[in-house]
Design a protein around this ligand. Structure first.
Ligand SMILES: Cc1ncc(C[n+]2csc(CCOP(=O)(O)OP(=O)(O)O)c2C)c(N)n1
Ligand SMILES: [Mg+2]
Length: 407
């Protein structure tokens, strides 16, 4: 995507120069535009890995980068989704082993990011997830079996993107960021107050599409939150081979947008940072980049052996920072969660796991010729030829099976 010098954008997009808008946004916080754009010196972290609320002075906040604690109700809702998300991740990994799903990029360990990404949005907002963000899509309210359809290898995404305002999870890295920016641009032209959350991983920040999406969003001053889950690996490539920037959040300032980094295993801090980002984007302060510092606890997918490129000790270190345990301790210590509450939430998680097992264990009739349908409005001669070849091969297969059966 390029920005043409003679584009014909209507006045509302061409008028507000980003510089002025940044100064206005910074003014709200009584800081300079540069301090508004640069991430706070430390990541925002509110609840420590042991589940204790950190003293205010140690939460990483600074003047203009202040974050009030989210309300109890929001935190309890988030915990419930964390437990469901963990159960779904583990259920899906089991379904892959049973051959019921073709592939599943698990977000085990990244559930806090998944849950906060969905809960910070309003119904009218849009989410553009990656292949690893199935739990975020589910938390947004899409039926779990529909979400997982794509991982069975079906040709369609399983749900209606327009109905749920969620893009289809896609495998080509970073293309979803451009789709997100396009939707935000359209919403702005229509005068809607839609906020768009565009998700990607640390590895995706090296893609050209990342640059184009961020630059376009900043220049056109669009309400997009780029939410980067830095889980330290792009398959086997560690972050240090990917980027030597001080942090991925620092990339924001190069585009003229605000960046912040947050403990990605602390759902309290994630909600605080993302809620504020959504509010700012909705108020017209332009795009923002939020980097969540997290870790991919399991292999990239079932096709990957992570023991070949990382030490068990590194994984163990991150196990101690688990987002689900941390939140359970925090809520229990605050008297917001007791054994009955925990049992009720676990029951709900189990019900979703059962729904997935039942839904994905059903054998659906698959017509291989569907491959060629819906590709073009008017099919091409090449596709017709391929379809005929497939029909011929299937017929020969059927004939040899009948012959075998007759022996
Ligand atoms: C355009 C493109 N290039 C390469 C790939 C192969 N690929 C699939 S996942 C992946 C790593 C992505 O890492 P990251 O963005 O950190 O996301 P994570 O898997 O860690 O969530 C790569 C290189 C791809 N899917 N698309
Ligand atoms: Mg990664």
């Amino acid at each position: 995507m390029t920005i043409s010098a003679n584009h014909t954008a209507p006045d509302q997009t061409s008028k507000a120069p980003t510089g002025d808008a940044l100064t206005e946004a910074a003014k709200k916080f009584g800081i300079t535009a540069e301090d508004y754009m640069l991430p706070a010196r430390h990541q925002i972290e509110m609840v420590d890995p042991d589940g204790r609320l950190k003293p205010e002075g140690e939460q990483g906040t600074e003047p203009g980068h202040e974050y009030p604690l989210p309300g109890d109700e929001e935190l309890l809702a988030a915990y419930e989704q964390l437990v469901v998300g963990r159960r779904v991740n583990d259920q899906n990994s089991a379904l892959v082993r049973q051959g019921r799903m073709a592939v599943y990029p698990s977000s085990h360990g990244q559930e806090a990011c998944q849950v906060a990404a969905a809960l910070c949005l309003s119904d009218g907002d849009w989410m553009f997830p990656t292949y690893r963000d199935a739990v975020a899509v589910m938390t947004r309210g899409v039926d779990p079996v529909q979400v997982m359809t794509i991982f069975r290898g079906d040709w369609h995404g399983g749900f209606d993107p327009l109905k749920h305002k969620v893009g289809i999870q896609c495998t080509p890295l970073t293309t979803q960021l451009l789709h997100a920016v396009g939707v935000a641009h359209a919403a702005k032209l229509r005068g809607e107050d839609t906020v768009v959350l565009a998700m990607c991983g640390d590895g995706a920040t090296s893609e050209g599409d990342f640059h184009e999406a961020l630059n376009f969003a900043a220049v056109f001053h669009l309400p997009v939150i780029f939410f980067v889950q830095n889980n330290k690996y792009a398959i086997s490539v560690p972050l240090a081979h990917q980027s030597v920037a001080p942090s991925l959040a620092h990339k924001a300032v190069g585009y003229g947008m605000a960046g912040e980094r947050v403990d990605g295993n602390d759902v309290v801090a994630l909600l605080a940072v993302l809620d504020r980002a959504v509010k700012l984007a909705r108020e017209g302060s332009g795009p923002l980049l939020v980097e969540a510092n997290t870790y991919r606890m399991q292999a990239h997918t079932n096709a990957d052996d992570d023991t070949r490129y990382r030490e068990n000790s590194e994984v163990a270190e991150w196990r101690a920072k688990d987002p689900v345990n941390r939140m359970r301790t925090y809520l229990t210590d605050r008297g917001l969660l007791d054994d009955d509450g925990e049992a009720r939430i676990r029951e709900k998680a189990e019900a979703v796991a059962t729904q997935l097992r039942d839904g994905l264990s059903e054998d659906v009739p698959v017509d291989p010729q569907e491959l060629f349908r819906h590709v073009f409005a008017k099919t091409t001669p090449q596709l017709k030829e391929q379809s005929a070849l497939l029909a011929d091969e299937l017929a020969r297969d059927a004939a040899s099976s009948t012959e075998e059966a007759g022996k």
